[in-house]
Design a protein around this ligand. Structure first.
Ligand SMILES: Nc1nc2c(ncn2[C@@H]2O[C@H](COP(=O)(O)OP(=O)(O)OP(=O)(O)O)[C@@H](O)[C@H]2O)c(=O)[nH]1
Ligand SMILES: [Mg+2]
Length: 405
């Protein structure tokens, strides 16, 4: 390998080794399939994800914080258009679906409180159509009751997953925090133990309880709850969850990035298979529409679009411009057009694409007769990987800005 080939393309995040690895994977996938079959399979995978929904029901006693949790999981405050109504008296009186504002494939179901005169425990399961949901979050803000365990039993009968969640932990921590020698960790452990004992008393064996506050999903047990949900969902539903999850921690951003890497591979392959179009005035070939669509998707996954930034600004009570000032490298989703991509390609030709193209050409014999397609794969993969790298960094900067007091 000559020196030029082994170096990182100027200033870019993507090395030639990374592209080589991808081409080798592509070559392997290719071995037993022909191009139309593989293209069909990849397009089907992408369509399947587009059509997959994840429906999470939030249930529990009246006033426990169900609607507030539905809003928090959609990255919203309780006080904006489209938010589930919350209140200190019985508020939600019929089940209602709340699709995620950016990724409507995630549907949160806000259910009425169980055990109220309108929703007696016995009829509740049929009245709110328990069969419909993929999994359940059973919330309590003081203690779990017989009714909650009854719900859990019904869910278990359907072979579905549920999670016991204790909400409003911020309130408990704030009031206990005033005591001398306060330890947050010990206090959380005490609350956890209390609820596990309480659930055992009302008939649950070996319960696990997640402590959360709707005000800050990065705190307490929310990251554990999210990890448990992910572990127990099938691949497609897990992907829906990861894409739509508010970017409240570095770990969430990493998971989003890993998911998007797989997406980029698929998209680059499609760009290869669909046949490449030379970009006028440039010595590159690729499918501009694919690039535009993929970049907009990446921005949305990382919350780098106007609507997501506005929602986050509202949640944290800061002007949206403060958040925007943290975005140094990526455009906002609304700024991505064909012209934007052409400008980007023009700069990248100087920086790195040509080196990639040279590398991809080495692979052409294995990729058969689709020289243009192989070039398109290389260009699309290289551009999107760099774009993803920048988007993750910017999303992390936005997150840091959001948590800074
Ligand atoms: N501090 C704090 N307050 C919360 C939290 N979750 C909910 N609340 C408040 O608790 C009250 C009840 O919350 P809701 O989300 O309306 O409760 P619900 O379970 O939907 O109630 P119903 O619709 O009546 O069944 C509201 O005033 C919320 O603002 C939390 O995590 N922390
Ligand atoms: Mg409610």
């Amino acid at each position: 390998m000559n020196q030029q080939k082994s170096r990182t393309a100027m200033g870019a995040a993507i090395t030639k080794n990374m592209v080589t690895e991808e081409l080798e994977k592509l070559q392997k996938d290719w071995e037993n399939k022909n191009l139309p079959d593989l293209t069909k399979k990849i397009q089907e995978d992408l369509d399947l994800l587009k059509n997959t929904t994840l429906e999470i029901a939030v249930t529990g006693a009246s006033g426990a914080g169900k609607s507030s949790l539905v809003n928090a999981l959609r990255g919203m405050t309780d006080f904006e258009d489209g938010a589930a109504e919350t209140g200190v008296t019985e508020t939600t009186t019929e089940r209602k679906s709340y699709p995620h504002p950016t990724f409507p494939n995630l549907i949160m179901w806000d259910l009425p409180g169980i055990g109220t005169p309108n929703f007696k425990a016995k009829e509740y399961v049929t009245k709110v159509n328990f069969k419909k949901y993929d999994c359940f979050i059973i919330v309590a803000s003081d203690r779990f009751r017989d009714d909650d365990v009854l719900l859990a039993r019904e869910i278990r009968k359907m072979n579905k997953k549920f999670y016991y969640v204790r909400t409003k932990v911020d309130i408990s921590i704030n009031s206990e925090g005033k005591k001398p020698n306060f330890s947050e960790e010990k206090c959380l452990e005490k609350i956890r133990k209390y609820h596990c004992d309480n659930l055992t008393q009302v008939g649950e064996s070996n319960p696990r309880v997640f402590l959360i506050s709707r005000d800050d999903l990065a705190m307490y047990d929310f990251p554990l709850l999210q990890a448990s949900l992910e572990d127990e969902l099938d691949d497609l539903k897990r992907e829906v969850l990861i894409l739509s999850m508010p970017a409240f921690s570095k770990e969430v951003l990493k998971k989003k990035k890993a998911t998007m890497e797989d997406y980029i591979r698929k998209v680059a392959f499609l760009s290869c298979a669909i046949g490449a179009v030379p970009v006028p005035g440039l010595s590159v070939v690729c499918d501009l529409a694919i690039l535009v669509g993929a970049m907009i998707h990446i921005c949305k996954v990382f919350g780098l679009d106007e609507d997501s930034l506005n929602r986050l600004a509202k949640r944290i009570g800061k002007p949206v411009d403060v958040l925007k000032s943290a975005i140094k490298k990526s455009p906002l989703a609304s700024q991505i057009t064909s012209q934007f991509v052409i400008d980007m390609l023009t700069k990248s030709v100087v920086c790195g694409i040509l080196i990639m193209v040279e590398l991809v050409l080495d692979f052409v014999p294995v990729l058969g007769s689709i020289t243009g397609g192989a070039l398109s794969f290389g260009t699309t993969f290289y551009i999107l990987k760099n774009f993803l790298h920048d988007a993750e960094k910017d999303a992390e900067n936005v997150r840091t800005k959001a948590v800074k007091s």
